[in-house]
Ligand binder design. Structure first.
Ligand code: SAM
Length: 244
């Protein structure tokens, strides 16, 4: 099942409020780690899967990519992406699982925090391998398996009676598959996969692993926003760069 949760009223507004936070985890941990791992994009043809409001598409275009296609399942996210589209950037409304491109179309495929919505990562990895030119790169972030594995009452920080975060529970790590959670709204569907499954899906597709990261904030940012230190207790993101 392909869920389009970002178009559900209530979810969309809450998600935007979270993303607007200047020191949110995306802004301070995930995006800097993705940008640091980008190859030299000058002249590249790039595909962004689950592009949301298109910020990464714009960044990559500004860095000199020849063209960037952003794809998203959510029409509300694409409405945000549609304002002021730079030359060379275009957007497509589609589930990434349904895309078809000729073999060897792209130099780089990126995806920021969208692969945990995809049921069949092996299938997607095989498709991306085909769409990339030889020597091309796939760079993506996903919610960390430590974050996606536990369900129900075991999901999220366990706190003491005063609300202090004691620990992040880890359970059912090897029970891979669908997870339904309450994230702004009820019934948000994500897919949990262990680290070995994620990496083996890429290796079996034929990719070569170039970098694997579990980012934490810089010490300077942690001084300004101490809550960012929590990423050292529980990694929120898993980032992988592979090449064809
Ligand atoms: C956490 S947001 C990230 C958006 C953007 N990549 C960013 O970092 O700002 C996840 C995005 O993935 C999109 N998405 C979820 N499932 C998808 C699918 N099967 N195909 C394409 N896009 C999908 C959502 O609509 C949403 O815009």
């Amino acid at each position: 099942m392909k869920q389009n949760i970002y178009d559900i009223p209530g979810f969309f507004e809450s998600y935007q409020r979270m993303r607007d936070k200047q020191h949110g985890l995306n802004a301070v941990l995930e995006q800097p780690a993705i940008l640091a791992l980008l190859p030299e994009v000058q002249g590249m043809s790039v595909l962004d899967l689950g592009c949301g409001a298109g910020e990464l598409c714009r960044r990559i275009s500004a860095l000199g990519a020849k063209n960037v296609i952003g794809v998203d399942i959510s029409s509300k996210m694409l409405e945000l992406a549609a304002s002021d589209i730079p030359a060379g950037v275009s957007f497509q409304h589609s589930a990434m699982e349904d895309l078809k491109f000729p073999v060897a179309t792209f130099d780089l495929v990126v995806s920021s925090l969208a692969f945990h919505y995809v049921k069949d990562l092996k299938d997607l990895a095989n498709n991306i391998y085909d769409w990339l030119k030889p020597g091309g790169f796939l760079l993506f972030s996903t919610e960390h398996p430590v974050s996606t594995c536990s369900q129900g009452i075991h999901h999220g920080w366990i706190k003491d009676s005063a609300g202090k975060k004691l620990y992040w529970p880890l359970d059912e790590y090897h029970l891979e598959g669908i997870r339904e959670s309450h994230w702004f709204v009820k019934g948000v569907i994500k897919y949990h996969r262990g680290i070995s499954t994620i990496l083996n899906s890429l290796l079996e597709a034929g990719f070569i692993i170039k970098a694997v990261e579990e980012p934490v904030a810089s010490e300077e940012d942690e001084k300004i926003w101490p809550e960012l230190k929590e990423a050292r207790r529980r990694p929120p993101f898993f980032i992988v760069k592979v090449s064809k």
